[in-house]
Structure formats: C-alpha cells, structure tokens
Design a protein around this ligand. Structure first.
Ligand SMILES: [Zn+2]
Length: 61
C-alpha cells in the first residue's frame, strides 16, 4: 500500500516537470507589474537598462 503512495507521488513529480512551461517566473512585467509565466515572457533589451520583461500580450499593445 505504501509503495502505491510513492508511485503516485513520483507520477505527480514528473507531471510537474512536464508543466514547466506554465510556471511563474521571478520576472515581473514592465507594464502591469505582475509576474510572468514562462510561456508568456517577452524579454526586451533596453539601452542603459539591460533586460526588461513583458507579457507577450502587453508588449504588443
Ligand atoms: Zn503584463
């Protein structure tokens, strides 16, 4: 029984790994100030500032 519990934990861990594209990053959108999901991140290199980050949707608007 205990082993079955371990198996399901392992399955959850591998699902989490497959889901990395949807994880929030520490980057904050320069327009709205919210943290950005990996899949929504749009990095922009700005002179004198270095890299800043937007949500893809917010950069285009
Ligand atoms: Zn944003």
């Amino acid at each position: 029984m205990a082993e079955k519990g371990k198996l399901s934990k392992t399955a959850k861990a591998s699902m989490a790994l497959n889901d990395t594209q949807h994880h929030l990053t520490q980057r904050v959108c320069a327009k709205c100030g919210e943290r950005i999901n990996t899949k929504d991140m749009f990095p922009v290199k700005v002179a004198n500032k270095g890299m800043i980050y937007y949500h893809k949707d917010h950069y285009s608007n």
